[in-house]
Design a binder for this molecule. Structure first.
Ligand SMILES: [Zn+2]
Length: 112
């Protein structure tokens, strides 16, 4: 992700220009506002943040799809890298499947 202007919060979808800070994880990002919401949730406080997808109109929801897809593909890539590393270490598909709560066969079909 070379173009900093295209970075956005993986949770609320705001771009790096719309939020004061954006924290990077492995191919995901979270903005300061979402961190505040997370802290409120963890502290058991009611949050006035994200109200849910049902609150967005069709256009807003459609506009979110590419962002969600990008986040999904990013997560999928991280998962694949971790599994590739485990396979390099000769960790069995059975153990990987167990960790993902799927069968050995399903793990192999999805990630092999
Ligand atoms: Zn956010």
């Amino acid at each position: 992700m070379a173009d900093k202007d295209k970075l956005f919060c993986s949770f609320c979808g705001k771009t790096s220009k719309e939020v004061p800070s954006l924290i990077a994880g492995p191919r995901v990002f979270i903005c300061g506002d979402c961190v505040k919401t997370c802290n409120a949730i963890l502290a058991g406080l009611p949050s006035d943040g994200f109200a849910g997808w049902s609150e967005l109109d069709d256009d807003a929801l459609l506009a979110n799809l590419p962002r969600s897809q990008q986040a999904h593909e990013g997560s999928r890539a991280v998962l694949q890298q971790q599994i590739d590393e485990l396979r390099k270490r000769e960790v069995s598909w059975q153990k990987i499947g167990d960790a993902l709560s799927i069968s050995r066969q399903a793990a192999w079909e999805r990630f092999g």
